[in-house]
Design a protein around this ligand. Structure first.
Ligand SMILES: [Zn+2]
Length: 731
């Protein structure tokens, strides 16, 4: 067990074994019934009620807990209207009906209407254009089709990017309004039987969601970078950078079909066609649409519930664990399925402390509010406590909605080896194997796309974890503060289509989600064991071998990206010069040739390679120092004061950040991981370098290669410092 001397590893295993026996699926079911009984979005009566109920539970179990409140901008709909005004008339319903055998679907008085939060107010009438997913590539195709969205209202389907990207890119191209609908191809009957007969999205189901420009900064739009306390300095509403530029409304496929059917113009490219029984066309028009959306721009209180188990010997090193408790509506899957696992985990940890377990480090357990609108609760808390967190936070572990299936982990690769070790010790509820072994079989059955990696699931000691983009409450911790973070959950076997709708409720989850709550228990076991193992370790179990291996891949990727991008542009220019596009054009489906672009310069990646080499040397030194400390039963670990070594280890992830952040978005300080500016939730690794290449900003790319190379060097120095300290004390 990395970071433990032999004797203490034995004690730890005993305590963890006791812990893993505690979470009870029957409790998870009871908690879920309570927390999802009524709609509980931020600012609602039941949201506050839930926070107080969670607080009371934590206190009942003997934990020191309190509610921390922030005041955040939270718009709710005042008026919503959508009609087709030509060539025929149709008025969209914009409502999700009650369905049979689903009692909470009838709670219309308390349900938030279907809308996208942080859309601006607007009242526009314009021709309609279908833009597929509405990502930048789709607009390149529209150019070739000779279709402009200037002065139009666009209709995009969900998928292909995070939703907030769609209005952002539409506005960049001159659109006046944006509709986002759930196509049954991705989210409806094409996937399977729809609710209530099956788990998939019914025709009137709507995906609510935030369209805040989170890739710029998440959290309260009026208080970027600082906690939204009562007396915080607030931006005037018209200076909030993260509101959309055009009005946006999400709609169901029942409401979308008449609009799409009324489009004429070019037949949509094959890849753009969904599963509605119509011929998909691009427009513009003759469909004309009137879109109206206005909002109450209120400030609402949010309620984070925070509990602490004080550390016995290293109280100033914190292991933080969180899941949000607010939902769009009833939210049984998102987030209650994760929140109840965290509650059961908290009950288990509290029970152990009354049996005499004393974690070395402080454990902070957080139930966040306002996640759905833009990670409000976690971001404001992290910004408010930034100074203390920068000094003390060792690791943040997040979860959100939980399903049946395989363990899914993404996060800091300095924790890859660690979380692999935890996953080997937790049993899968279905297969009589560890959750690690079952995931390994899944990866062997479904190997990596790259032929060079095919054997990896069998041969590499650790299963790879993903990188974190955005989409849940880890963002402020990893991206803004540089706290090593993990997001954990189970997924892959209980798919459905109730995300952010009124049908995400107990009736759905207890039938189609995780009906026996066995994977809820497994989540509590994985995350709780991880928290304990981090809180009790003599030496924090970061590892820089897997980390370096991952960084090598990222460096290779950006080098290849630059090369491919260059070759592509050169080849395309050649084709344009040859007249190829005109020569092969089908006269009945004409495509305009793409525009010629200047061939990019060759980029000098030497600074990134040098930074990597320094990192690699340091990682080797550290692994030697750690191996010496662990030798002979880990006597070096048991006897030494590892306070300084641990402090230096905590500082390594901070060394991966830069105070002035990413180009154009200073809030995002981490230089290895960030949500993509044009993907939203989707991660961009080495983001400053990768995105400047993708956006063909060659001069910026060259600058960022130097800057990120220096960050890798800094990280190498930080790791070397930890190795030296460990070598000095753990002889
Ligand atoms: Zn969630």
């Amino acid at each position: 067990m990395a970071g433990y001397a032999a004797a203490s590893a034995k004690t730890e295993q005993d305590w963890e074994g006791k812990f893993r026996a505690l979470p009870d699926p029957a409790n998870l079911r009871i908690y879920m019934q309570r927390l999802s009984a009524r709609p509980h979005h931020v600012g609602s009566a039941y949201d506050k009620d839930n926070a107080e109920w969670i607080l009371a539970k934590l206190k009942e179990w003997g934990l020191d807990a309190k509610i921390e409140t922030y005041d955040v901008l939270f718009p709710t709909p005042k008026e919503r209207a959508l009609e087709l005004t030509a060539p025929t008339r149709f008025t969209a319903k914009l409502e999700e009906p009650t369905v049979a055998n689903d009692p909470t679907s009838s709670q219309h008085n308390e349900q938030l209407p279907t809308y996208n939060a942080y859309s601006i107010d607007g009242d526009v009438t314009a021709p309609l254009v279908y833009v597929n997913f509405g990502v930048p590539d789709d607009y390149e195709m529209l150019d070739r089709l000779g279709v402009s969205v200037k002065g139009a209202i666009v209709i995009a389907r969900y998928g292909g990017s995070w939703r907030g990207i769609k209005p952002k890119v539409a506005a960049e191209h001159g659109a006046l309004g944006c509709l986002i609908y759930s196509d049954p191809h991705e989210d409806g009957y094409f996937q399977g039987e729809v609710f209530p007969a099956g788990p998939f999205r019914p025709k009137d189901g709507v995906q609510r969601g935030s369209v805040m420009d989170m890739p710029v900064y998440p959290g309260d739009p009026l208080t970027p970078g600082v906690g939204a306390t009562k007396d915080a300095r607030r931006l005037p509403l018209n200076q909030a950078e993260t509101l959309t530029k055009i009005p946006v409304l999400p709609i169901s496929y029942a409401d979308a079909q008449p609009l799409l059917a009324a489009l004429a113009g070019r037949v949509a490219p094959e890849a753009w066609r969904g599963s509605l029984p119509i011929t998909y066309r691009v427009g513009p028009g003759p469909a004309r649409v009137h879109l109206k959306a206005s909002f109450n721009w209120d400030t609402k209180p949010l309620y984070n519930v925070i509990a602490r188990i004080p550390g016995s010997t290293a109280p100033d090193e914190w292991v933080i664990r969180g899941n949000h408790h607010d939902a769009w509506v009833n939210g049984a899957q998102d987030p209650v399925s994760g929140a109840v696992a965290l509650l059961e985990e908290a009950r288990g940890l509290a029970a152990l402390t009354s049996q005499g377990w004393k974690p070395k480090r402080t454990i902070v357990i957080c139930f966040w509010d306002g996640e759905e609108e833009g990670l409000l609760g976690s971001t404001e808390w992290a910004e408010d406590h930034a100074r203390e967190l920068q000094q003390k936070a060792a690791v943040y572990i997040n979860s959100d909605g939980n399903d049946r299936g395989y363990l899914s982990v993404a996060g800091s690769h300095t924790l890859e080896k660690f979380i692999n070790s935890v996953a080997r010790d937790v049993d899968d509820p279905e297969a009589k194997l560890s959750v690690w072994k079952r995931l390994q079989f899944r990866r062997i059955a479904d190997p990596p796309a790259n032929p060079a990696d095919r054997q990896e699931p069998r041969s590499r000691p650790d299963l790879r974890i993903g990188a974190l983009g955005s989409g849940s409450d880890y963002s402020a911790f990893i991206d803004h503060l540089g706290v090593a973070s993990l997001n954990v959950g189970f997924a892959g076997e209980s798919n459905g289509g109730i995300y952010h709708s009124i049908y995400d409720d107990f009736a759905w989850y207890s039938k189609f989600g995780d009906p026996d709550f066995l994977y809820g228990r497994a989540l509590a076991q994985v995350a709780g064991s991880a928290v304990m193992r981090l809180a009790d370790a003599e030496l924090l179990p970061y590892d820089f071998g897997d980390f370096t291996d991952t960084i090598r891949r990222y460096v290779n990727e950006v080098e290849k990206l630059a090369q491919d991008s260059r070759e592509q542009i050169v080849e395309r220019n050649r084709r344009i010069d040859e007249g190829l596009f005109t020569a092969i054009d089908n006269p009945s489906e004409k495509l305009l040739p793409p525009p010629k672009e200047q061939a990019p310069p060759f980029l000098n990646f030497a600074p990134l390679e040098n930074g990597f080499a320094a990192l690699q040397r340091a990682a080797e030194q550290y692994s030697q120092a750690a191996a010496r400390a662990a030798a002979g039963g880990g006597a070096g670990l048991a006897n030494a004061s590892l306070r300084d070594a641990n402090a230096k280890l905590i500082a390594v992830e901070r060394a991966l950040t830069l105070k002035d952040g990413l180009p154009g978005r200073p809030w995002y300080q981490h230089q290895i991981y960030a949500p993509g500016f044009y993907t939203g939730y989707g991660v961009k690794t080495l983001p400053a370098v990768r995105e400047s290449i993708e956006q063909k900003q060659w001069k910026l790319a060259e600058e960022q290669i130097g800057r990120v190379g220096k960050v890798l060097e800094n990280a190498g120095e930080a790791i070397q410092g930890a190795a030296a300290e460990l070598g000095r004390v753990a002889q």
